[in-house]
Design a protein around this ligand. Sequence first.
Ligand code: SF4
Ligand code: SF4
Length: 115
Amino acid sequence: MAVNRDASDRERLLDEIAKCRSCRFCVDVCPTYQASGGVESASSFGRLQIIKYLLTGTLEFDDSLTYCLYSCLQCGRCEVMCKSKGQHLDICEMIQRGRRLLSGRLARGGKHAKL
Ligand code: SF4
Ligand code: SF4
């Protein structure tokens, strides 16, 4: 049952990530993006893309992707910007859901494990 639930959670999360318009308005306000000196994968938009590609198997975990996924401060600044631009994505919750769905794969060593 847990496998089925994870599969449907995965599809729901991918559907929500697909609503991102790639406008990148949220990127500049993200404090970890600012601290990184402009590395997009350390931003809100970048994290959603990383989650998408990890969930679809396009990317495999490595240390830098793991760091990007877990370094989100959950501050919500990206959400305020996204909502002000009319897209209303719950980015913090989406990142948390991505972490939960991917945590088992990370614990099993990442590379060859399947969701
Ligand atoms: S502001 Fe919202 S829609 Fe635009 S890139 Fe960021 S998450 Fe995607
Ligand atoms: S919640 Fe995470 S992704 Fe969003 S602005 Fe804060 S650190 Fe960046």
